[in-house]
Ligand binder design. Structure first.
Ligand SMILES: O=C(O)CCC(=O)C(=O)O
Ligand SMILES: [Fe+2]
Length: 264
């Protein structure tokens, strides 16, 4: 992935947010099932507290739903998404091997030809009282692997050993976050990271979370070879259902995955 492509896709994403409101409203859609939607917070209908964030969410695989404006947005996003999917396949291979599985085990569990890719663009404007608000609440991503880039401002925090730790953006690098579906297929060997987004009062932050998950029609469950002699930690589920349920309720921690956890 070239530095220029990362810069260009962030720039194009920012240019989308800078379109006049009337033009962006064309994409506002309250249905979690919509392959393209522009809005604020996470789910204004379902939540009691809102977040200081605008988003553009577009399915980019199997269908490619990036808006056709501003000019050039679709092309640069298509190139970035293509590379992002290649990187993700490589990560799935490495993670499968790290668990003593066939290289294609995780990709197979996700149904790799019609696997889901989701372009989540976030805009966090300066907030007059950043200590009183959040850009996004603590959550884990409902997908498997998220490739995150941003415009160098910082604000992401991950929960580690009982503390929120700031993630310093490193120019030219991609931050890789593990999501619920990897925790599920690996029976908890890879753990979905709890993260949140804090704000600042002087600059606008733009981030792009390119999330990758299973095919919507796939029934996802722990890979049998991983469970073998150990304890089964999760029930399985259909990924399409999981996705719609997660998108249409409040975003709260790892509550969605917890519903599948088998208690001892
Ligand atoms: O803006 C960020 O740094 C994180 C975004 C994020 O967690 C998400 O969109 O799921
Ligand atoms: Fe996230």
């Amino acid at each position: 992935m070239s530095d220029n492509l990362m810069k260009d896709v962030i720039e194009a994403t920012r240019n989308f947010f800078e379109l006049p409101d009337e033009e962006k409203q064309e994409f506002s859609d309250t249905s979690a099932a919509s392959p393209l939607r522009y809005g604020s917070s996470f789910n204004v209908q379902a939540e009691s507290v809102h977040f200081w964030r605008d988003y553009l969410k577009a399915f980019t695989h199997p269908q490619f739903s990036i808006p056709n404006k501003p000019a050039g947005f679709r092309d640069v996003a298509a190139e970035y998404c293509h590379k992002g999917r290649e990187i993700t396949k490589e990560l799935y291979r490495g993670m499968s091997e790290s668990l003593g599985l066939e290289a294609n085990a995780i990709a197979d569990a996700f149904g790799f030809d019609t696997d889901f890719q989701f372009y989540i663009a976030n805009l966090y404007p300066p907030c007059p009282q950043p200590e009183l608000a959040l850009g996004q609440p603590p959550h884990s991503d409902n997908t498997a692997i998220t490739l995150l880039i941003e415009n160098g401002i910082g604000g992401l925090q991950v929960y580690q050993r009982g503390k929120w730790v700031k993630v310093k953006p490193i120019p030219g690098s991609i931050m890789v976050n593990i999501g619920d579906q990897l925790e599920l297929v690996t029976n908890g060997k890879y753990n979905g990271v709890l993260h949140r987004v804090t704000l600042n009062n002087n600059v606008t932050r733009v981030s792009l979370a390119l999330a990758h998950g299973p095919s919507f029609d796939k029934f996802v469950c722990p890979i049998p070879e991983i469970v073998k002699d150990g304890k089964l930690e999760f029930k399985g589920m259909n990924y399409g259902e999981y996705f719609y349920n997660q998108q249409s309720t409040q975003l709260v921690g790892k509550s969605r995955l917890d519903l599948l956890r088998i208690s001892s």
